[in-house]
Ligand binder design. Structure first.
Ligand SMILES: Cc1cc2nc3c(=O)[nH]c(=O)nc-3n(C[C@H](O)[C@H](O)[C@H](O)COP(=O)(O)OP(=O)(O)OC[C@H]3O[C@@H](n4cnc5c(N)ncnc54)[C@H](O)[C@@H]3O)c2cc1C
Length: 386
């Protein structure tokens, strides 16, 4: 890849392939059914793995395609044209799993987990948030203690999306006294079937490709090898969280926000060309035309921000500010685009006859999840030494 402006041919080809696949395999009635039942289709997901797409975050020596964040963002965008039902599980495998283990795992963890992740046989859930901890992650209270060659975990995680079907929770734990905040955090891979793990679904309106879960960890006893990166990474969890994996994670959520906003706009655009009121297509009423033209202009700005950040990440350049700006701008603007599109579709935009109702629910969460817009502003002010 030599320039950000020209999309590489292999990415264009992935887009073509996925556009056909989404149109054929994720029809509206299926999308509606998955959303109602908060579920996704594991058999269908295998086809995505067979296309080699999960491997876009995994080195070739571990069965992946070699890291290509730009292409992985394009995969998320294209899958989101059918809602979150395939983009969600893709993220659990390729990003929560593939990217994090490639970046932070020990050699043994890479050898064991990455080939399975690349094949779509293994999924991770993210265990960061807790009942009393949202954006302030350095204050997590779930405790991990060393006992001989074992570790013991006690605590509770909230919003642990997909913990009921994932194989491991990528779990942020406090490994010392709270005072040190960043200095004594450790990531542990907690098998979801370990003794002492229990969970309960949370009812929520958005990202209903699955349930988000409350997870309780009661004397969960694991070998030291469950520490992400191995025992030498004890108390080094913050480095894993705040490093490159976090920059790239912002790209992944930004790609979801962008993909959903694009889906919303394409649907509203089509609708405005078909629906007639007062003797003409509603797109010919200036109020509707202006809404759509403004939304399309903002979407173009979002595309530039997302793929510029993704290009920087893909080419190994520093991208902390660009990924934070992209997450902030695309998430907030995605909500504006979604609301405008819902207005264009009018009453039907509040029914399940169209995708906009689900896309809007999903867009509303984007400025909150994965580091809220306020937190991105705090981080940027700090980065720019304001
Ligand atoms: C559907 C769904 C799925 C999720 N999946 C996961 C998951 O898989 N794993 C996981 O760990 N978490 C998950 N989350 C949780 C999500 O990441 C948190 O909601 C997010 O981190 C924000 O935390 P909070 O909602 O508790 O907000 P809080 O941190 O309590 O913040 C509340 C409000 O105050 C603002 N605020 C807080 N602190 C500051 C500050 N210092 N300066 C300015 N403003 C501030 C915030 O921006 C926000 O507007 C999920 C959430 C949802 C809704």
């Amino acid at each position: 890849m030599t320039s950000f402006a020209a999309e590489p041919e292999h990415v264009t080809e992935i887009r073509r392939q996925l556009a056909r696949w989404v149109a054929e395999k994720m029809p509206r009635e299926k999308r509606r059914e998955w959303d109602r039942e908060a579920t996704w289709d594991r058999t269908l997901f295998r086809e995505i793995a067979e296309m080699g797409l999960i491997g876009l975050t995994i080195p070739e020596e571990y069965g992946g395609q070699g890291e290509d964040i730009y292409a992985a963002a394009a995969v998320i965008e294209e899958l989101c044209q059918g809602g979150p039902s395939m983009a969600g599980p893709f993220i659990h495998a390729a990003f929560y799993g593939g990217l994090n283990i490639s970046e932070n795992g020990s050699k043994a963890q890479k050898e064991e987990l990455l080939p399975k992740l690349a094949r779509g046989e293994l999924f991770l859930a993210y265990g960061l948030s807790e009942p009393n901890v949202g954006g302030d992650l350095p204050s997590v209270g779930t405790r991990v203690e060393r006992q001989g060659n074992e570790i013991v975990i006690n605590g509770a995680k909230r919003w642990c999306t997909g913990a009921d079907w994932a194989d491991y929770i990528y779990c942020l734990c406090r490994s010392g006294e709270p005072g040190a905040r960043h200095g004594n955090l450790t990531f542990v891979l907690v098998p979801t079937n370990a003794k002492g793990v229990s969970m309960q679904a949370i009812e929520h309106a958005n990202l209903r490709y699955t349930h988000s879960m409350d997870v309780y960890l009661d004397e969960v006893r694991l070998p030291e090898s469950a520490i992400v990166g191995g025992p030498e990474k004890w108390n080094k969890g913050w480095d894993a969280l705040a490093g490159r994996a976090l920059d790239v994670e912002k790209i992944e959520i930004t790609a979801v926000a962008f993909g959903l906003a694009r889906a919303a706009l394409e649907e509203a655009w089509r609708y405005a060309g078909e629906r007639e009121q007062f003797g003409k297509r509603i797109g010919q009423h200036q109020a509707i035309a202006h809404k759509l033209v403004t939304a399309r202009t903002k979407l173009a700005a979002c595309r530039h921000m997302l793929y510029h950040a993704a290009w920087l990440a893909s080419t190994g350049q520093p991208c902390s500010a660009e990924t934070a700006m992209a997450k902030l701008y695309v998430a907030d603007t995605g909500v504006e685009i979604g609301l405008a599109c819902q207005q264009v579709i009018g009453a039907y935009g509040l029914s399940d006859a169209y995708d906009i109702e689900r896309n809007l629910r999903d867009l509303l969460g984007m400025p909150i999840v994965g580091g809220s817009s306020d937190m991105q502003k705090n981080n940027l002010a700090r980065m720019w030494r304001l």
